[in-house]
Design a protein around this ligand. Sequence first.
Ligand code: PMP
Length: 410
Amino acid sequence: MRLPIYMDHAATTPCDPRVVEAMLPYFTEKFGNPGSRNHAFGWEAEEGVETARRQVADLLGADRKEIVFTSGATESNNIAIKGAAYMYARAGAGQSGRGHIISCAIEHKAVLDPCKRLAKEGFEVTFLDPGADGVITRAMVEGAMRPDTILVSLMWANNEIGTINEVPEIGALCHEREVVFHTDATQWAGKMPVDVDADNIDLLSMSGHKIYGPKGVGVLYVRRRKPRVRLQALVDGGGQERNFRSGTLNVTGIVGMGKACEIARAEMDADRERLLKLRKKLEDRVTAALDVVQINGHAEKRLPHLTNISFGFVEGEGLMMACKDIAMSSGSACTSASLEPSYVLKGLGVGDELAHSSLRLSLGRWTTDEEVEFAGAKIIEGVTKLRKLSPLYDMHKEGIDISKIEWAAH
Ligand code: PMP
């Protein structure tokens, strides 16, 4: 076993060697521009892109023509959200001026920030608060719907806590109300099954580097029929990708994305089952050995390969130091000047202290049983050691309710 072990697959995944192999010829031999329509180099590159388009479409249950290649999920989200808002904006209609959008407070920044920009431009955005379990339900969206709602954008699975929203049900609601439905499926697609028709999705974002493909390539699925979704382009230029995304295609990246989707489709079921067992083993191990431990997010409606655990009575930085042989994420986001507790955990009602002492572990295609054993033992050892230094933990053990203590101010 090589240290440090990698348990941060929700941040990024290694490229599958089969993906790299598929990409290699497109750097040197098949280097043409797929836009070059009048010679063999162009046709060859175009063939690579079109094969990838089919591979992605097959993973999503979509038509090839509905796949738009982008630079990643951030760009896909921007095109989907701003592109739909500008296209379906209502001139002065409704309460909100330009139209009402529904999203959620614990979305990725690549959804929150485009929504916030639209709010500044005269749209009105409702950011739903998830309950303590982190799940957005159809009923919550229904409660927020208005006659002037034009767009709903909700992630399929959360990147920090792995919770799963009621996407097919929310999609059905949107279709009943003739509202465009976008889902950021970056953490879901390629790991869990997608059928854009059965799941009632109009727009879907995904990213290559979360599914064992390369970085800097992504996909936006855009529904073409029932209903045909229209978007205003954000970048103008050569008109590639049906005008949704001008610019010479990243052929190598796209070929890699396609191959990653093909492999995901074939191996997803086996991977899921194996990773769920490993994740459960890790969680069982840690919760059996330690008290004052909390697994964040809904108990069942969670991704099989991801867990987010908070540990009471330990200091977050100390915990990361004690576990430096495990590459994972903490419940703190490093901003330029300070450590901010994660807004996702805060959104669930987790306190600042506990958010800081939270760990996100995300397992992947090559995570082994041995690595899970090792990570479990390291975390238990680290937490136990830190708690030995904690007077508050001693008081807790003696049965004193820490929250009721009135600390003297000097
Ligand atoms: N959405 C979610 C849910 C994500 O987890 C990420 C990656 N952290 C992104 C969007 C952004 O993806 P990309 O890096 O491809 O721009």
